[in-house]
Design a protein around this ligand. Structure first.
Ligand code: ZN
Length: 239
């Protein structure tokens, strides 16, 4: 098996690349004039070289949230955007490069050129500053760790189940603008809007204390935490 950092980027649809396939996905979207990178996964030392093989357009980096498996190569960039509430949770080195979507009006509506834009949409729940990236022209909604066909990390002190439920409503309410939710973990990585409603129902079940606790294994290995999931494996991992 090749090392993770040696895997080649995969073009999941025209102009949209999964740069870090195999673990936490990060995505490069290449427009007619500018490109947008969404997360950097667990990181790869050759990230900039891999981008250079795909495009010579200038690349802006947009983070979905602060977790290390999504910010692994953020340090290769001079600046990146992330939700304001997640900035204090970054390590100090990355905090110095972070700008918030909320404070920087220029990132309200990213311009790829040719009339194509990306919108940054607050989706708190998994972390307080989680954001999604909606690209209407491509019918894609990148949702970071808010959507997953499996168990989502919900870490005490970072997560909020009521925010999570409200964000599921927000994601679904936008469904006329996208065909797929694009995820960072689990398979498949492209999910329909209805998945948000399923996750909402699972979160409500969890809050009622009705979501069963599972055997504490994730991917076959024991984990330091508790797993709550429905019969189809949708649910939450609580470290
Ligand atoms: Zn995460």
């Amino acid at each position: 098996m090749p090392q993770f950092e040696q895997l080649s980027p995969v073009e999941i649809c025209p102009g949209v690349w999964n740069m870090t396939p195999g673990m936490a996905n990060s995505y490069l979207v290449v427009g007619s004039e500018h490109a947008l990178l969404i997360d950097t996964g667990v990181g790869r030392d050759d990230y900039l070289e891999q981008i250079a093989k795909i495009t010579d357009k200038d690349v802006s980096l947009a983070g979905t949230h602060f977790h290390g498996d999504h910010t692994g190569s953020h340090d290769l960039f001079d600046v990146f955007h992330i939700g304001a509430a997640d900035i204090p949770l970054l390590d100090e080195k990355l905090q110095a490069k972070a700008k918030s979507y909320e404070q920087d009006a220029g990132m309200d509506d990213f311009d790829f050129g040719g009339g194509e834009t990306a919108e940054f949409i607050p989706l708190p729940g998994h972390t307080p500053g989680s954001y999604g990236v909606l690209i209407r022209a491509r019918k894609l909604f990148f949702t970071g760790d808010m959507i997953c066909n499996g168990t989502i990390f919900m870490i005490e002190g970072q997560c909020d189940f009521n925010d999570f439920i409200a964000s599921m409503d927000k994601i679904y309410s936008l469904h006329g603008n996208y065909d797929y939710l694009v995820t960072c973990h689990g398979e498949p990585n492209l999910l329909p809007a209805e998945h948000a409603l399923r996750q909402k129902a699972v979160a409500e079940k969890f809050l009622r204390g009705e979501l069963p606790e599972r055997d504490g294994k994730r991917g076959g290995a024991p984990v330091p935490g508790k797993i709550y999931a429905d019969d189809e494996g949708l649910g939450f991992f609580r470290p």
